[in-house]
Design a protein around this ligand. Structure first.
Ligand code: KG4
Ligand code: ZN
Length: 354
């Protein structure tokens, strides 16, 4: 997407390098102010963490360190750019795993310092939130956003970049976390979201009906930890009855997914009706879920609301969204060459952004 560069500066910003290392994906990308996204590279640590059934923070940090330089070289080769072409470096400064964040921060700040260009901190969830802006058909402000990732489940009112109000959020597990924990209970591989979604395709949605937590509460908050307990109780019962076969797992996966999707969609529709927004954006890893995308689209069509989401690959963590969000932060005058502090924030409420 083209954007005017309205920074009054002797060295106008044209090319921004985005770096994402907040969890288990090392992602780098170039966002060009004239041409939009011109290249992105990604290394997923799925196989590294698979045998542990979840992300091991120390292993994640060590792997980011190994991947950053080769991925950077790959991005340069892929796009034909040189280090000197880069005008600013944007990196995820939080929220996320602190060790993992520090690898990207150290790499980004050092590179910027060596090149004499500004470095800017990016909020990971703002990256997710703005990811649909990278698409050909991008939403315009204001809009409602459903942020659903491994660590967050939030309904956010977005008036403009930095003007965020959380209208509802999970009181316990995030939607992605519930997918991951439920997958573990069913003996599926990490990450659980895609594994459950795949298995659910073979499931019979009529066999089990799971509760819809918080749906009878008038607010826009969520709670997913009870669902996971419900799965556990079912699994125990079915095991005792010797009925826990492959089909049974698929039926449970299907019932679980239906319940999560149903609650997310109904709360979004409620939020849309209350706020009057005519646009909704869905972002974050769980946003890759096909059923969620389809159900939300169907529900929104019925009330005349347009739905926008990033391409599947940009629902989960990536460097492209960080490069784009970084550019928006640079436009706000953030980032600079003076600050040489390498820091990250494991917790960072999005409402602290301006
Ligand atoms: O945004 P993300 O890549 O990382 C965080 O910022 O947390 O989200 C990862 C989460 C994981 O919990 C993963 O299981 C979930 O997104 N996820 C999915 C799907 N793909 C990824 N959940 C449901 N269906 C999917 N297709
Ligand atoms: Zn994420």
């Amino acid at each position: 997407m083209r954007q005017e560069n309205d920074i009054e500066s002797a060295n106008p910003i044209t090319l921004i390098l985005g770096i994402e290392t907040s969890c288990d994906e090392t992602g780098l990308a170039f966002y060009d102010v004239e041409e939009g996204l011109i290249g992105d590279v990604l290394h997923s640590q799925i196989t590294l963490h698979a045998e542990y059934g979840g992300v091991v923070p120390e292993l994640a940090s060590r792997d980011h360190i190994l991947r950053l330089v080769p991925l950077f070289e790959e991005l340069l080769a892929k796009t034909g750019k040189t280090r000197q072409d880069i005008d600013a470096v944007a990196y995820t400064a939080g929220p996320g795993l602190i060790g993992a964040l520090l690898t990207g921060a150290a790499f980004g700040r050092s590179l910027a310092w060596a090149l004499g260009i500004p470095a800017v901190e990016v909020h990971h969830m703002e990256g997710h939130l703005l990811a649909p802006m990278l698409e050909e058909s991008a939403p315009s402000f204001p809009f409602l956003a459903l942020l659903v990732s491994g660590g967050h489940t939030q309904i956010v009112s977005v008036k403009s970049v930095g003007d965020y109000e959380i209208l509802g959020e999970t009181l316990d597990d995030a939607a992605g976390e519930a997918f991951d924990k439920t997958a573990k209970l069913l003996g599926l591989d990490y990450p659980g979201g895609p594994a459950i979604a795949k298995l659910a395709e073979q499931g019979n949605s009529e066999r089990f009906t799971f509760p819809r937590p918080m749906l009878n509460k008038p607010n826009l908050d969520f709670s997913f930890s009870g669902l996971k307990t419900h799965v556990l109780t079912q699994v125990k019962k079915l095991r005792l009855a010797n009925e826990m076969d492959k089909q049974c797992k698929a039926d449970l996966a299907c019932a679980f997914q239906d319940a999560v999707v149903d609650v997310l969609v109904k709360k979004c529709i409620r939020a849309l009706k209350r706020t009057g927004f005519k646009t909704i954006v869905i972002a974050g890893g769980v946003g890759a879920n096909k059923n969620l995308r389809a159900e939300l689209k169907a529900g929104c069509e019925s009330i005349g609301v347009d739905v926008f989401y990033p391409r599947q690959a940009f629902c989960t963590d990536n460097g492209a969204m960080i490069a784009y969000a970084g550019y928006q932060r640079v436009l706000k005058g953030e980032g600079g060459c003076e600050n040489l502090t390498i820091a990250g924030r494991s917790r960072w409420p999005m409402t602290e952004l301006t």
